[in-house]
Design a protein around this ligand. Structure first.
Ligand code: ZN
Length: 359
């Protein structure tokens, strides 16, 4: 072995040294052998740097809203006649909404409730809710009232026909028509991971008459007042909502309504900005319009769920609505598939493109 030649020349010493060298070599070899028998000691894993992959936002296509289909739903309602509480047509329109929602795969809840009109008459109201993805806790709702005004008390209405109920093609029919078309889209096209409720309110338009000296805000929107206090599902907590009211007239433009701006400004901004991007800036105009007592007022103030009203109010005409409002001119002659198309497409885009980001 190589190291022997380096040993001292004294023979005794040499032999002792050789022996001790032999022993130490032996010990060294044994120790190597023993160490070699130990279980493998794991080397700590090397740190691997993974390049950051940017998150790809999944974009779900916005389906095409059909203004013609919404128009057909409005016409079907108007063909039933005026649709206010305790009439055959009111029963028919409830059946129409319920069966259409079921056909389009919604989970339908009919919420009946007892309440009183401004004159003290007791009445049963029926809110209808069509839910998509009912188990999701992240929710938005779209809403409209389906009842129609039982009198024609606009200052512009024919006073001789005051007690003759109106057809409510725009005021009642249009919002329902748009929502039922959206039901079809939700049924046929995947939408972002969230729940969507389509809420059809009863008894919105039975508030105290124009000529009355009393102006009782709470005589209006009895269905939404009930729903805001007692939602159809306990613990219901939608992130935000949209209300469609009078969204079908030929000449309709939609300004930014005051209560919506106050209670749900950020959502109103999103909707109007989206509309502008979609080329609907002439219909969804930036002008502010005065606050309206409508279903959204009660949802915002009672339940605190931010709700935006999309409602036709001529710009610069304080307090007034379209000239057909609460008159017998609110019939199919003033309804336009094109207006329904613009509003419906914007609201569909709110659900498909924006709602997920707003949750
Ligand atoms: Zn009305």
């Amino acid at each position: 072995m190589l190291y022997v030649s380096f040993i001292s020349t004294s023979s005794k010493t040499r032999s002792v040294k050789r022996f001790s060298l032999f022993l130490s070599t032996l010990l060294f070899l044994v120790s190597v052998a023993v160490i070699g028998c130990k279980p493998d000691v794991k080397t700590p894993p090397a740190v691997v740097t993974v390049p950051e992959v940017p998150l790809v936002k999944r974009t779900i296509p916005v389906p095409a809203f059909s203004g013609d289909s919404a128009y057909a739903h409005v016409a079907a309602q108007v063909a039933m006649g005026p649709r206010y509480a305790n009439t055959k047509a009111h029963e028919q329109v409830r059946a129409y909404i319920t069966s259409t929602l079921e056909r389009y795969g919604a989970k339908v809840t009919v919420q009946d409730f007892k309440t009183k009109f401004y004159d003290g008459t007791s009445v049963t109201g029926y809110n209808i809710i069509g839910s998509y993805n009912p188990d999701s806790t992240k929710r938005v709702f779209l809403s409209a009232h389906y009842d129609t005004r039982p009198i024609a008390d606009s200052p512009l209405a024919d006073p001789k026909r005051y007690n003759e109920p109106i057809l409510g093609a725009d005021d009642g029919g249009s919002g329902v028509g748009a929502l039922l078309e959206i039901a079809r889209l939700l049924h046929e096209n995947p939408f972002p991971e969230m729940g969507v409720d389509l809420v059809f309110f009863d008894l919105e338009d039975n508030g105290n008459p124009e000529y009355s000296n009393e102006s009782d805000t709470y005589s209006w929107a009895l269905g939404s007042q009930h729903w805001a206090k007692s939602p159809h599902v306990s613990g219901y907590s939608p992130k935000f909502g949209v209300l469609l009211d009078m969204v079908g007239a030929k000449d309709a433009v939609f300004g930014r309504e005051g209560y919506s701006k106050y209670y749900a400004g950020q959502y109103q901004n999103k909707i109007w900005n989206l509309a502008k991007k979609m080329g609907q800036g002439e219909r969804f105009v930036d002008a502010e319009v005065s606050p309206v007592t409508d279903d959204h007022y009660f949802i915002n103030t009672i339940a605190g769920w931010p709700t935006v009203d999309i409602i036709y109010k001529p710009i610069g005409k304080d307090g007034g609505f379209g000239s057909h409002w609460h008159t017998h001119n609110d019939n199919m002659d003033i309804i336009s598939a094109e207006t329904l198309q613009s509003v419906g497409q914007v609201v569909t885009a709110v659900v498909y493109r924006e709602a997920g980001n707003m949750l």
